[in-house]
Design a protein around this ligand. Structure first.
Ligand SMILES: [Zn+2]
Length: 676
């Protein structure tokens, strides 16, 4: 049987692929990649950068292409069969990955080259690649003695079990809570849509009447924001805040302590002072000291604004409802009311100005003005669904830059959210610059029989955001695929995406595309002004909240956790500088802080704010010279977008900006520098 995935292909051959092709393609791809690795290890010549590092970098390329086609489909156009294949091939892929990292012959060769790296006359990009390959082994224990290697494996096995259990407990706690409402008055204030959803939920859970509230976000968030009933808000808030913190069989306190200690032990085994030192070695922020000083500097500067906003909210709640002491369960409710009073801005007013086609046209125009890119919609590119739009992208001299796929609307087989991905990375080999195939996938409001697709403002900024990631991929211009495009340090990857969002707030940019879908009238400036102001509403309080999570994360990972015995007590200390609301003894953040104890954010939570500082500082440069200034845009393209992960991001950033990023631009944009 001929298999289109095993033939050489440039554009992903979607229309020829049948589900039955995937598994055999993966098996053959892994076999071929293994053979390529064996060719490296069995090579009897002296190991060199070319015959080892470069050969390793370019091994498994067919497997990578098969994987990207398959896993992109599993996200954007999946079905039960594809999901079943995913479950079968995922363990095979991770086993193959482990076989490489545990391959001692391969490591010995890499280490030989690494040890002479000063004498090899390598380019900066080659040094980065060598470093990256070496560390992918050393950070997994390749340099350790046998008994320490064994301990490292034990730690990894135990940690992954604990992380799994942590997540299961949080999920079980979330699902366990159900509040059945039978008196409609208890739902006063809730929008009709949220009420209907609650009634639907009650029915689906076998209740004959009434409404059901749960701790899932779609139920919990609107309730906390709109429901008048303060006692019920309190009940839900405490239930939400005490997940896995009740001293029963679903409690996560012991697990949190164990995970923190195992991480510390693993880091020290590998020669790092703490887990945070281990993680931050591969981040723009570099050290825990820098993260702490970053968080504390922002805290010091944002706190006065946060306190002012909190006072305003307290006064407002007192005024409206005679609330004497504002509690956690009052925050979103009164914030929403105050926001409505101050801005009276709703999506329906804005949506007519953001017809999807106009916004796409707008983001292309922005890319054209900044980087000279031309997007040509074409119909001869094979696609996985008829809704997908396809483009060939050229530069000013008509050089081919990239293929761009755009898939905008929800479908049953698409997961939620919005993301950028690629079907093929950019790289250079044998003198040829191979251009990338980039894709944006979103879930925007679809068109109806009477109306075209009209986006909410939030969807507009999301489109610009994902397109920014897309530009990072499309403009990539590196030699090695693993350093190309968005393959950069974690706390740097959101710069190109977030910076693009800034154009959505600028008159000069909005005039290009924000036109009423019926009349063609450009969006009125007072609406734009309102969008801007409401975007920074209570930004001080929001900043403090993000900082408190970042500080809590660092408190668990930036020092030896051995002395911590009481999770809640530790947390109270970590939160001391960021509290606005009175503490509640029955709640605990750490026991449900999945980002850091289950997901991959440990010692990384700060990166949300870090990325905002970067994008605000970068955009301030554009603002200063003109938001379509060619010189600034060209610098951004040359020094940031095209360079991927070939150099330390701070070096790249400074080359673009002329200085390290400063927090001031963010404070300014967020309106936190205003006095009084
Ligand atoms: Zn992003």
């Amino acid at each position: 049987m001929s298999n289109p995935l095993l033939e050489e292909f440039d554009l992903a051959p979607f229309s020829k692929i049948k589900n039955a092709h995937f598994k055999p393609a993966f098996l053959k791809g892994i076999e071929d990649a293994r053979a390529e690795i064996n060719a490296i290890t069995s090579n009897t010549e002296v190991p060199t950068f070319e015959n080892t590092i470069e050969a390793l970098e370019f091994s498994g390329q067919q497997l990578d292409r098969i994987s990207s086609v398959f896993f992109n489909l599993n996200s954007a156009e999946t079905n039960e069969e594809i999901q079943k294949i995913a479950q079968e091939v995922s363990p095979l892929l991770s086993e193959f990955g482990n076989d490489i990292t545990l391959n001692e012959d391969l490591f010995t060769k890499i280490k030989t080259i690494y040890d002479q790296k000063g004498d090899l006359n390598l380019s900066v990009e080659q040094q980065t690649l060598l470093d990256k390959k070496y560390k992918s082994f050393s950070r997994n224990g390749a340099n350790l003695s046998e008994d320490k290697k064994k301990r490292l494996r034990e730690i990894d096995a135990e940690s992954s079990k604990l992380k799994l259990k942590f997540g299961e407990n949080v999920l079980a706690e979330t699902n366990k809570f159900q509040k059945h409402i039978t008196n409609e008055a208890d739902l006063d204030g809730l929008p009709e849509g949220a009420k209907e959803a609650a009634a639907q939920l009650a029915k689906s859970k076998g209740k004959d009447t009434g409404w059901l509230l749960t701790l899932d976000y779609p139920s919990y968030i609107p309730f906390m924001k709109y429901a008048k009933n303060r006692a019920l808000r309190k009940e839900l808030s405490l239930a939400f805040g005490s997940k896995a913190f009740k001293g029963d069989n679903l409690d996560n306190q012991e697990i949190v302590l164990k995970i923190a200690n195992l991480r510390h032990e693993r880091a020290t085994l590998l020669g790092y002072k703490t887990h945070a030192h281990f993680v931050l070695e591969e981040r723009m922020a570099e050290t825990p000291e820098k993260v702490y000083s970053f968080l504390n500097e922002l805290l010091e500067k944002a706190k006065p604004a946060a306190e002012r906003e909190f006072k305003q909210l307290e006064d407002f709640a007192k005024d409206v409802d005679g609330i004497d002491q504002l509690q956690k369960w009052d925050g979103s409710y009164y914030a929403e009311k105050l926001k409505q009073k101050m801005f009276s801005l709703d999506d329906e007013q804005l949506k007519p100005y953001f017809k999807l086609e106009n916004v796409i046209d707008g983001v292309f125009k922005v890319a054209q003005k900044l980087f000279g890119l031309q997007f040509e919609e074409v119909s001869d590119i094979d696609k996985y669904h008829e809704e997908v739009k396809t483009y060939r992208v050229y530069d000013l001299e008509k050089n081919f830059i990239a293929i761009f796929y755009a898939d905008f609307h929800p479908r049953p087989g698409k997961r939620g959210g919005a993301w950028m991905t690629s079907f093929k990375s950019q790289y250079q080999k044998n003198g040829v610059n191979v251009r990338p195939h980039i894709s944006n996938v979103c879930n925007f409001t679809p068109s109806t029989e009477t109306k075209p697709s009209l986006l909410t403002f939030n969807e507009v900024t999301t489109l610009f955001h994902e397109f920014g990631h897309g530009l990072h991929g499309m403009l990539a211009n590196t030699t090695y695929p693993s350093l190309s495009g968005t393959s950069v340090y974690w706390d740097f990857v959101e710069l190109p995406s977030q910076v693009m969002e800034n154009w959505c707030y600028e008159k000069e940019a909005l005039e290009l595309f924000a036109k009423h879908y019926k009349t063609g009238a450009v969006i009125p400036m007072e609406l734009v002004q309102k969008i801007k102001e409401s975007a920074t509403f209570q930004e001080g309080m929001a900043t403090l909240r993000q900082l408190s999570f970042g500080l809590l994360d660092m408190s668990w990972h930036g020092a030896n956790p051995k002395g911590i015995t009481d999770v809640k007590e530790h947390e109270v200390k970590a939160f001391a500088g960021t509290n606005l609301y009175p503490d509640t003894t029955e709640t605990c953040m750490s026991t449900a802080f999945a980002h850091i104890f289950q997901g991959g954010y440990s010692s990384g939570y700060y990166s949300y704010k870090w990325a905002e500082v970067l994008d605000a500082d970068a955009f301030a440069y554009f603002k200063e010279k003109g938001i379509f200034n060619k010189q600034v845009a060209t610098k951004f393209k040359e020094y940031v977008l095209s360079k991927g992960g070939t150099e330390n991001p701070m070096v790249l950033y400074k080359r673009f900006r002329g200085a390290e990023p400063k927090v001031e631009a963010l404070l300014e944009r967020a309106g936190l520098l205003k006095v009084g």
